[in-house]
Design a protein around this ligand. Structure first.
Ligand code: NAG
Ligand code: NAG
Ligand code: NAG
Ligand code: NAG
Ligand code: NAG
Length: 290
């Protein structure tokens, strides 16, 4: 892992003697597990009678919500056991052995919402001796990236003759959007604005005033992969305005495993194909009233 280790010293009471270290940043991918590394030293190394509690918090130093809380202790002369007190949504587990000074946390199946700062806290306690406690500050910043997903595609009716094709995409980094017209040519510039939102990690791509009838393709791309989705646009003729919408898609996800030496591969995941046909009334409501 490419990580810069940071030595963190805190002058809290009872903190002398325990050092806790985390890297400054860790990157992960949507759907993959991620390890937040954390290691420590304690003056009690060599004793078996002390307990090591590992706690991970998120967002805010010291006061942030606890995601994970587990105590490692001796188990009737046959090794040690981890007793887990808190494990929010069962998504976390120790990635190493606290007896080996490893307090790393593994997070199962990352999502974009996991992007945050995480704080590793280690408490070392031995009967009759003052406890040692230390929490990293700053914590480790986790950044999750993911390939684009097309959430929705639809035709917005501006008026009886003006339409906009809309493609709503989610992904991180923010995806680029390219429109391909029914003749398989990319659609040029100013008619295809892209804006951020409405939700987090979302972008909206628009194609104003499609001229041709047929399948238009929205292609969303970022560094993690790309996805395409088609929408069928029927040219509106004046006698009978018929709007038929066919939506189908194929998702290409480029998976980049984080372990060094592993190979990259492409996964082709056919998505469900929805077909919708709707007839626009011959006199669309209100459009021509003026
Ligand atoms: C944590 O691990 C790193 C890398 O192995 C090491 O350089 C550092 O000394 C360790 N820190 C502590 C507090 O054990
Ligand atoms: C961790 O769990 C122990 C045992 O339930 C509890 O006493 C302690 O207060 C917890 N620590 C935190 C920071 O939640
Ligand atoms: C439809 O909207 C476009 C652009 O806003 C405008 O130029 C056009 O005149 C409108 N047509 C009708 C029939 O309202
Ligand atoms: C945009 O239009 C110009 C001229 O019409 C053309 O040369 C260019 O290739 C087009 N670009 C794309 C991306 O279609
Ligand atoms: C549009 O795409 C659909 C499948 O999504 C296909 O069945 C249909 O033939 C295409 N229409 C045209 C005009 O290319």
């Amino acid at each position: 892992m490419r990580a810069v280790w940071l030595l963190l010293l805190l002058s809290l009471p009872g903190s002398e003697g325990v050092l806790v270290e985390v890297p400054r940043r860790v990157n992960g991918m949507v759907g993959n597990p991620v390890v937040l590394p954390c290691n420590f030293t304690s003056p009690y190394t060599g004793y078996t009678t002390f307990e090591i509690t590992v706690i991970w918090k998120v967002k805010t130093f010291y006061k942030g919500p606890v995601l994970f809380n587990s105590t490692n202790r001796a188990r009737n002369e046959e090794g040690f056991e981890n007793v887990v007190h808190t494990n929010v949504n069962g998504r976390y587990r120790l990635a190493g052995d606290p007896r080996q000074n490893d307090a790393s946390l593994e997070l199962r199946s990352a999502t974009l919402e996991d992007t945050s700062q995480y704080f590793c806290r280690v408490e070392v306690k031995r009967q009759g001796l003052p406890p040692y406690m230390k929490e990293t500050n700053p914590g480790v910043i986790l950044k999750i990236t993911g390939p684009p997903i097309i959430l929705n595609m639809f035709i917005q009716v501006i008026n009886a003759t003006q339409f906009t094709l809309v493609c709503l995409v989610r992904g991180e980094p923010a995806p680029n959007i390219l429109w391909i017209d029914p003749q398989r040519l990319p659609v040029n510039g100013s008619n295809t604005p892209v804006t951020r939102g409405p939700g987090k990690y979302q972008v909206v791509g628009e194609l104003h005033g499609p001229k041709l009838g047929g399948n238009y393709t929205c292609k969303a791309t970022n560094s993690q992969g790309d996805v395409t989705h088609n929408i069928y646009f029927a040219v509106v003729n004046e006698d009978r305005a018929l709007l038929k919408v066919i939506i189908g898609s194929i998702t290409f996800i480029r998976e980049t495993r984080q372990q060094p030496g592993s190979s990259k591969y492409w996964k082709v995941k056919p998505k469900s194909t929805a077909e919708t046909a709707c007839t626009v009334p011959e006199s669309p409501p209100d459009f021509n009233k003026e």
